[in-house]
Design a protein around this ligand. Structure first.
Ligand code: SF4
Length: 308
């Protein structure tokens, strides 16, 4: 689907230790309502955009968030939202949101970091965020949103992945998608990289054990969608390749962020971007990983794949 990616402001109500935005980005003025509407309108008219992806920072704390939603609703296009779900813990906020937009027409991705409240709160640097985000998620589910829960794989929690999956699948029914994503080591994540960055060779065995939990559940008839993003296929046992999603190779049709013009056809900062990828037979299917991997790890661990 042709998408406008719009970071409507970099201010956030959490301070995640692995955020790819720099600490200073919260001082950058958010986009105005008029700038956002203009970007949406131009993207629809000039590029045929069908989906508006609202991101941040935390998009729900933009002072004109509800007006922006009304504008998008009146444009008759799809809305996607990347959020930490904190504001949805407030039932009044959730009621207002879903009086504007039908929950079943909204794709929401919630970043969720651990099944252990203390670890989640440590990573967000926001006491009580685990409980508030859980309340927010449950409020959204009442309104029928299409929900994905995204776990960012970091040094502090990667060994917990199998237990996290057992917990997540016990909390959320099969309609909720689970995403696993490796982090972009930029901004705050780069400053904290000793705490958050993890070598694929350490994390992938735990990720595979987590996927075994899903495989066992599928044998029992569960149909949950589970996707692994930004993870090089050459480092994953082929048995698990069916979970790997390569959508990161798709260009973003339109791109608007604070302090920047509206841009067209932006390529992702992740993909099969490494020396070994050039002659790899999987380079059309593999999501590769973030470009920032080059600056933090030895890229020779990536091995091109050939059928002979
Ligand atoms: S070499 Fe590159 S394209 Fe090939 S599997 Fe590894 S990361 Fe993917």
């Amino acid at each position: 689907m042709k998408t406008l990616y719009c970071a409507i402001g970099y201010i956030c109500n959490e301070r995640c230790r692995f955020c790819p935005c720099s600490e200073g980005s919260a001082n950058v003025p958010s986009l105005s309502y008029d700038d956002i509407c203009s970007a949406i309108s131009k993207s629809i008219k000039e590029k045929g955009v069908e989906n508006i992806l609202l991101s941040g920072g935390e998009p729900t704390i933009h002072p004109d968030f509800f007006r922006i939603l009304k504008y998008i609703r009146n444009c008759n296009v799809n809305v996607s939202l990347l959020t930490n779900a904190l504001r949805f813990a407030d039932e009044e906020f959730a009621d207002k949101m879903f009086s504007i937009i039908d929950g079943s027409k909204l794709d929401v991705t919630v970043a969720f970091h651990s099944h252990i409240p203390e670890k989640h709160d440590f990573l967000t640097q926001h006491n009580g965020s685990f409980e508030r985000s859980m309340n927010g998620i449950n409020n959204m589910l009442k309104y029928g949103v299409k929900l994905s829960i995204k776990n960012n794989i970091v040094n502090y929690t990667y060994k917990d992945l199998p237990e996290y999956v057992k917990w997540a699948t016990s909390q959320f029914d099969d309609h909720v998608t689970l995403l696993f994503c490796n982090i972009d080591i930029n901004g705050t994540a780069s400053s904290n990289k000793n705490n958050v960055a993890v070598d694929f060779r350490d994390s992938i065995p735990y990720l595979q054990k987590a996927l075994d939990v899903i495989i066992d559940q599928r044998k029992l008839g569960h149909k949950r969608t589970v996707k692994v993003l930004t993870t090089p296929m050459c480092l994953v046992d082929p048995y698990y390749w069916g979970f790997i999603e390569n959508s990161t190779q798709e260009n973003v049709t339109a791109y608007k962020v604070p302090n920047s013009d509206l841009l067209w056809d932006i390529s992702s900062d992740s993909g099969p971007l490494f020396k070994s990828c050039q002659d790899c037979e999987l380079n059309k299917y593999c999501p590769g990983t973030w470009n920032s991997f080059k600056n933090n790890f030895d890229e020779s661990i990536l091995k091109s794949i050939h059928s002979e």
